[in-house]
Write a protein that binds this ligand. Structure first.
Ligand code: OXD
Ligand code: MN
Length: 592
């Protein structure tokens, strides 16, 4: 498949280590894809679903000890510990390589080694990057074929270049005690052992497109961010692009695939999805910031996805999709999860494969749920009814606005605009979200998750903040405007005050109007807040007083917030950029 000497040498090295019985290069052909699907069904790795109702769809169950990303076993292995920073687990590269090679040695005996050349981003795009994943799992191969662009074309594009990421995976014994997800940013290398769960083993996603790529972006002058990308089309047919970062469970996929309220749809407003999880952004020839989605599919959380919450995501899962850890409806041979509809299957297997019926369900006890709370669908982006026509083009889309957001019951207004780029970086660096009643543990605990990158930044977060500031200096007056949103303000009884979902479009319209200098705002201590009359409430059962209440900035609440940010900042020591210290001091002074 290739004459690239570095690729061949690495494959040989890994072959000698893990001793496979066979080797198969993934060429990206339909014929090979079908052979692999058949093989996976034969071995039981995949279950074929109803071909009429869900054509080309399969169900997979992971080991019950292996159902989520494992942040406590995820390492950034840089020569100097300081380079990984205070927010990452660290180990010296030599020590970690030895440990991982000892674990992986001989682990492919009796198995096939699959070699997947993949491109993050449209093949050949100047914003794309190439990786090679070696795996012993057909499930990984079939997921990578959905989530990335794979095959011979990738190797042809790579040619003799050594600019590619080495990504090695071995399921070993799925032993949680020996599970490691390790990034070696100085070597462009990822090693993942003892897991078979998506986020730990689809190495193009979090490991490459965020952890390794954020490091590459720092060294090479671009940005890899945990952001959705959407295009907002107005009735004149003009499309403006927005990138937005939210911690998990704040509705990133829903915002990316938003359906506007009826009255805006009728006027001709539309939302186009470019990406739902990751954005790679570079400064273009015209000095603006351009973004691509490096992925080719959606690895979405299934529970809660339904026709109302996210019609477009649900549509995306109707063909050629792999479901992981959802329930199987035995009567129809289709899938089900909590929140899909009000008709749970009477005759089902729950996510572990045990018999299940609705009488077993106890709302307060997640262990009785039919689908695992982190069950997933892996769906091709091309299935999405609102996929942007720019999605597959390599040039990227020019970003007008960057949005940060989190779940805050009280503190943060529905939306506000930063005073400038530096102030926007300050807002992103202090980003936080509250834990919910849905999860075990204390409710309403604020967790700081800068730019939603806490588990994904491949280097010292102080350096990461500085990189953001440096990018702003390069962009100058072409920089996107930075905003913060909070869909989750509640009243004293805990009821949400803002309807969210499609109605978030009303806020996006204000954001775009601000970018174009068309909307007014009130300057507050924290930034520019909309005049209530500038948020369009047409057809919405909401009074002006409620809207005003979620646009307020309460000085006492914000003084506490500033004190918490100060505490959060202490972690970064000398690496905290002076600009951010100054921003905090200014905020405190503004609050009086
Ligand atoms: C995540 C994901 O965990 O996208 O952020 O899967
Ligand atoms: Mn994510």
């Amino acid at each position: 498949m290739t004459n690239n000497k570095q690729v061949l040498a690495w494959v040989e090295e890994m072959k000698n280590l893990v001793k496979p019985d066979n080797v198969m290069w993934i060429d990206g052909s339909e014929q090979q894809l079908n052979e692999l699907r058949e093989l996976a069904v034969k071995t039981g790795e995949l279950h074929k679903l109803n071909e009429e109702m869900l054509p080309g769809c399969y169900l997979h169950r992971t080991n019950p000890n292996d159902v989520a990303r494992v942040e406590d076993r995820t390492f950034i292995c840089t020569t100097k510990q300081e380079d990984a920073g205070p927010t990452n687990n660290w180990c010296a590269p030599a020590e970690m390589y030895k440990k991982l090679y000892d674990i992986a040695r001989g682990s492919y005996m009796g198995k096939t080694m699959y070699i997947i050349p993949f491109s993050m981003g449209p093949i050949g795009s100047p914003l794309a990057k190439i990786g090679i994943e070696i795996t012993d799992s057909v499930y990984v191969v079939l997921n990578m074929i959905i989530m990335t662009r794979v095959g011979t074309k990738v190797l042809d594009t790579l040619g003799d270049s050594n600019d590619w990421v080495r990504a090695f995976h071995s399921r070993c014994d799925i032993d949680p005690e020996k599970r490691y997800i390790c990034q070696f940013p100085e070597d462009n290398t990822i090693i993942s052992v003892n897991s078979g769960y998506g986020g730990n083993v689809l190495l193009g996603k979090k490991c490459f497109a965020l952890r390794i790529a954020s490091y590459q972006g720092w060294k090479e002058g671009w940005m890899a961010e945990h952001m959705l990308i959407l295009g907002l089309e107005n009735p004149k047919g003009e499309v403006k692009y927005i990138a937005a970062a939210f911690p998990s469970a704040c509705g990133k996929t829903n915002l990316a695939m938003l359906i506007p309220p009826k009255y805006l749809k009728e006027k001709g407003y539309k939302v186009w999805t470019v990406g739902d999880d990751i954005a790679w952004m570079r400064i273009g020839a015209d000095g603006r910031l351009y973004a691509i989605n490096p992925e080719n599919g959606f690895f979405g959380v299934a529970p809660g996805t339904n026709e109302k919450s996210n019609f477009n995501a649900l549509e995306s899962t109707k063909k050629n999709t792999i479901f992981t850890n959802v329930a199987l409806n035995l009567d129809t041979n289709t899938v089900w999860w909590e929140g899909l509809d009000k008709n749970p299957p009477e005759n089902a297997l729950e996510w572990k494969g045990n018999p299940w019926n609705p009488s077993m369900f106890v709302k307060a006890d997640k262990s009785t749920y039919a689908a695992h709370p982190n069950s997933r669908f892996t769906a091709p982006a091309e299935n999405c009814p609102c996929i942007s026509e720019e999605f597959d083009k390599g040039a990227g889309v020019p970003i007008s606005a960057i949005i940060f957001g989190g779940r805050r019951a009280k503190c943060t207004p529905l939306v506000y605009q930063s005073k400038n780029w530096e102030n926007g970086v300050f807002i992103g660096s202090a980003m936080a979200s509250e834990t919910t009643a849905a999860a075990a543990g204390a409710v309403g605990v604020v967790r700081r998750d800068p730019m939603a990158m806490l588990p994904f930044c491949g280097y010292h977060m102080g350096d990461y903040f500085q990189h953001w500031l440096d990018m702003g200096k390069k962009l100058g007056d072409k920089a996107p405007k930075i905003f913060n949103v909070n869909w989750f303000r509640t009243d004293d009884e805990g009821n949400f005050l803002w309807p969210g979902f499609g109605d978030n479009m009303r806020v996006l319209n204000w954001i775009i109007d601000r970018c174009e200098g068309k909307a007014d705002a009130t300057e507050t201590a924290i930034g520019f807040v909309p005049k209530p009359e500038d948020i369009d409430l047409t057809d919405l059962d909401m009074d002006m007083e409620t809207l005003k209440s979620i646009l307020t900035v309460d000085a006492e609440t914000w003084k506490k917030e500033a004190a918490e940010i100060e505490e959060h900042y202490k972690k970064f020591g000398d690496k905290l950029p002076a600009e951010l210290k100054n921003q905090l001091a200014t905020l405190k002074a503004n609050l009086g």
